[in-house]
Design a protein around this ligand. Structure first.
Ligand code: HEM
Length: 473
């Protein structure tokens, strides 16, 4: 049992505040959608090298599966994993349970309904023409209601916390409100209230805010929670952590239009997006400095402690992807890379290289605690990490390089086929790197399954002293 003291000197058993089964179910759902999404990614990747294994079957057409791929990542993989992690962290930080256990399970079931209905709707041809908002029209209000219930479930225990709020809770609180507003803006405004280039501008804000005001604050909030626990020391600077939070709050919402430079959207909005994107890079630097400052003196944990390795590798990718962003947002750079695979490389670097890696690190740490048994195999944990990290780095590098080649071929005004043929080697490499990422997940699933089996058999665990500190304290 782990306990914590309240300000009035009472103690509370924090373990009992968390519904472990619920967290586990969120994680299993998240991993299921990741599996489906990766299959969709591979299907498209094979099609692009003219080896579509399911050619001619409409329901498996790569155009539809591209949308399933991205939607399953955002609303299936990321949302489930982040919600599950919040169900673990919030009661522990606030020393209170969430509003209602019943509501929590309802949210879990309803959210799976929303994700499955979205995928089904897309496959049956009901997708809306809005990037990341392809969710069929009738599901939008249901999803928004679901998000309102999420806010209702978490917010009271955060707001009722006594004393100064730890930075993780700042991030969570903001993310809950921002996500609701972002979803409402992106899914209803272009549909019912604005049209033309104004709808484009709102669409740009929506796709970027979904990453920056939903995934990013919850992701960083979780890092502020797990890193000090694993390193057994406080975060380096609380001042810097607030600079990071308010910097994100101020600059991030202005950025979205950088997706639509050189469009009929007014130039002052485009310039505003460029400047705020570069400003965010400075904010990101402050957050990264804070985390590496925390690691100082505990550098060996980067090698010996696997969740820490996942987290800090993700942070390195985060820095790289934001640096890349500061360049690619300039009009000079955009003229070459817009519409090319550079952007796809960037998307994989941030979605899997950062948030995917953080989630896998959190799961590597929490799964044994949720299943009730140490990992079946530490070697498989290592394989999971190396296959994922190396394949992702190779895929991103390959697509970024491929994007530069495509951009230059287009600028030379060569025929379209020339750019396709020039892209082919890069697309072949993508298939292999994708298979590497997929293999990393299979290894993870096997490890989870075998760990479940050990827990069910009641197999004894190795004595703590004999265990390397691989997956945390
Ligand atoms: C088996 C591994 C994967 C393969 C083979 C793969 C392949 C692809 C392909 C072919 C596209 C479409 C590119 C285009 O339209 O030209 C794509 C898009 C995308 N994928 Fe993946 N993917 C994989 C895993 C992932 C993972 C794990 C994530 C996130 C966690 C992810 C996030 C995305 C995103 C965000 C896009 C949209 C990019 C954009 O619109 O710029 N993918 N992927």
């Amino acid at each position: 049992m782990s306990s914590a003291s309240l300000t009035d000197n009472r103690t509370v058993d924090v373990d009992r505040l968390v519904d472990r089964k619920l967290v586990l179910y969120f994680y299993l759902a998240s991993l299921t959608y990741l599996f489906i999404s990766m299959l969709g990614g591979l299907l498209m990747a094979f099609q692009l090298i003219r080896h579509n294994p399911l050619s001619g079957i409409e329901i498996f057409s790569p155009g539809r599966w591209r949308m399933v791929h991205t939607n399953a990542i955002a609303y299936g993989f990321l949302a489930n994993a982040l919600l599950g992690s919040m169900f673990w962290a919030v009661p522990r930080l606030t020393l209170r349970p969430v509003l209602s256990r019943l509501l929590s399970w309802f949210i879990f079931i309803a959210w799976q309904g929303v994700v499955l209905a979205t995928a089904g709707g897309i496959l049956l041809g009901q997708a809306q023409g809005l990037e990341w908002g392809e969710t069929p029209t009738w599901i939008d209000p249901v999803a928004l209601l679901g998000l309102a219930l999420v806010v209702l479930n978490f917010l009271p225990s955060i707001v009722m916390t006594k004393g100064p709020l730890y930075v993780t809770l700042w991030y969570f609180m903001a993310a809950l409100v921002w996500t609701f507003l972002t979803y409402a803006m992106g899914n209803f405004m272009p549909e019912y209230f604005v049209s033309g280039s104004a709808a484009g501008a709102v669409g740009g804000l929506f796709i970027h805010d979904l990453v920056g005001l939903f995934v990013t604050p919850i992701g960083w909030g979780l890092m502020y929670y797990f890193v000090p626990i694993l390193l057994k020391k406080p975060i380096w600077s609380h001042g810097l952590s607030l600079v990071g939070f308010w910097g994100l709050a101020f600059f991030y919402p202005l950025q979205g239009i950088h997706h639509f430079l050189y469009t009929p959207i007014p130039m002052f909005l485009q310039y505003g997006a460029v400047i705020s994107t570069i400003a965010v890079e400075l904010v990101v630097a402050s957050v990264i400095i804070n985390f590496f400052g925390t690691l100082r003196g505990s550098g060996s944990a980067f090698i010996t402690n696997l969740p820490i390795r996942w987290f800090y590798t993700g942070m390195i990718f985060y820095f790289l992807t934001c640096l890349q962003c500061a360049f690619q947002t300039t009009l000079t750079f955009q003229a070459i890379i817009h519409f090319t695979d550079w952007v796809v490389g960037h998307a994989h670097l941030v979605m899997f290289g950062v948030f995917g890696l953080w989630i896998q690190g959190i799961m590597t740490y929490l799964m044994p605690r949720l299943i009730g048994h140490e990992w079946y195999s530490r070697r498989l944990c290592e394989w999971h990490f190396w296959l994922s990290a190396i394949s992702l780095a190779a895929m991103a590098t390959d697509l970024i390089a491929g994007g530069l080649v495509q951009g230059h071929v287009w600028r030379a005004l060569l025929p379209w086929d020339v750019s396709i043929e020039a892209s082919m080697p890069f697309w072949v490499v993508r298939v292999f790197t994708g298979l590497g990422m997929f293999a990393g997940q299979i290894v993870f699933y096997v490890n989870i399954y075998r760990t479940f089996q050990l827990a069910q058999q009641g197999a004894p665990e190795a004595a703590p002293a004999a265990r390397p500190a691989l997956v945390g304290a």
